[in-house]
Design a protein around this ligand. Structure first.
Ligand SMILES: Nc1ncnc2c1ncn2[C@@H]1O[C@H](COP(=O)(O)OP(=O)(O)OP(=O)(O)O)[C@@H](O)[C@H]1O
Ligand SMILES: [Mg+2]
Length: 274
């Protein structure tokens, strides 16, 4: 069975796309799933958070090179300290990806073609693609390559109204991404004591119905520090009742309920860190 590919998207900045990608990925890996994360954001936040920066070195190809040369991505996979969780990092040169893709033939489906050439992707249950805060060619490539898209949204007024715009933009991609389905919206930066958070939850509940995840990612100071020491929230809190540990364990459970808790790889199939 091929892996399920999921774009984590929102053109609004700072709504926890990267945090959700890293910690949902880690939570799924802790539940025995094989997970590959891909950093599609030139800010390299996902890369920095999990393995630290990738140095550009002569003759060592990067994710940017793979997209430009339209090669497979297998050689770019590296392990993380979390068992079952691997990453394709990006480096500084990824800032040029949008401009370089503009003139390519089939420019919205380059990533999809690269993935099709990547034989080791079959070793994973889930591929999570972390996107930049934009609706760019890179994001279009991510959506064209994905089965599902998942939207983290801060529990505030402006991010909430921005969802309509995001929905419209993604809706326009129907022709080039006919396979793409919504997985849902998860509220982030949630605080039960803040009235606006409860109001946004109620309004989105009415508007989105079951597309709104029950699980919320609560405001958590520890989540701000974890990336500075390259740890997931599980490693950083290191206790089962840590706020982030609870939230992301719950999020992974709900995620699996929604996508179907099936193992897509056999135990014999290897990944980078076993
Ligand atoms: N639960 C949390 N509570 C409060 N702050 C958090 C929480 N989780 C992460 N943060 C902090 O919020 C900031 C934004 O998070 P993150 O980088 O995941 O958002 P993003 O949507 O990926 O941003 P961008 O649009 O720039 O890619 C980060 O500095 C992060 O450390
Ligand atoms: Mg980010």
């Amino acid at each position: 069975m091929s892996p399920l590919i999921i774009s984590i998207v929102n053109h609004k900045g700072g709504c926890l796309k990267t945090t959700v990608t890293a910690n949902l990925g880690a939570a799924l890996a802790r539940q025995g799933k094989r997970v590959l994360l891909v950093d599609l954001d030139a800010q390299q936040n996902l890369t920095q958070s999990l393995i630290g920066p990738v140095e550009l070195r002569d003759g060592v190809p990067t994710l940017y090179d793979a997209l430009v040369d339209e090669t497979g991505l297998d050689h770019l996979i590296v392990g993380t300290p979390t068992k079952g969780l691997d990453i394709i990092p990006c480096a500084e040169d990824f800032a040029g990806a949008d401009i370089s893709l503009v003139s390519a033939v089939g420019r919205e489906s380059i990533l999809k073609d690269c993935i099709a050439k990547s034989t080791s992707f079959a070793n994973y249950d889930f591929i999570l693609l972390d996107n930049p805060p934009s609706i760019s060619l890179v994001v279009m490539n991510s959506l064209v390559a994905s089965d599902l898209f998942f939207v983290p949204c801060s529990a505030e007024y402006l991010p909430m109204v921005g969802l309509t715009l995001l929905g419209n933009s993604i809706g326009k991609m129907q022709k080039i991404a006919p396979q793409l389905r919504p997985l849902g919206v998860v509220l982030t930066m949630y605080s039960r004591t803040e009235r606006i958070c409860r109001q946004v939850e109620t309004m989105l509940g009415k508007e989105l119905g079951p597309m709104l995840f029950r699980t919320k990612v609560r405001v958590n100071t520890k989540a701000k520090s974890a990336p500075s020491v390259r740890k997931t929230i599980f490693e950083y809190e290191n206790m089962p009742n840590g706020r982030g540990t609870e939230d992301f364990t719950e999020l992974a459970k709900e995620f699996l309920e929604r996508v179907g808790d099936v193992s897509r790889v056999t135990p014999e199939q290897g990944v980078v860190n076993g």
